[in-house]
Design a protein. Sequence first.
Length: 156
Amino acid sequence: MAVLDVLKAGNPILKQVAEPVTFVNKKIRNLLVDMAETMYKTDGCGLAAPQIGVSRRIIVLDDGNGLLELINPVIVHKEGTQIGLEGCLSVPGYYGDVVRFNKVVVHAINKHNKKVVIRAEGFLARILQHEIDHLDGILFIEKATDLKNVVQNNVD
């Protein structure tokens, strides 16, 4: 288990479409453990593999109801809209409002190569869309309105 470095905006891996995983093996399961540990240690609620330099379609997230580990997630249904404040571990100090679908259905596989279906709304739906965007090379700052930098520079 290890806390991994999170890539920052400007790194070309974050702009690439990630490759699908063909089979979940021990290496992928170990990566999921490291990704979850990294997400929790950096106070994130989601993390995509490209953010730690691995261009694969893998995400981990926790909306406060427990860890979800999803491989090859695909949004198959979406409805409604919501607007909410987002930030990102790869874009530290920046926040902005992003329009997202309020409800989504996501198909994926889990760490045991079993198909899973996630029906989500509200905050969980927002996290899923944000992390799946990472797998498609999209950062939230490309969708955000009212983007603000909350990092204060102390000048003596």
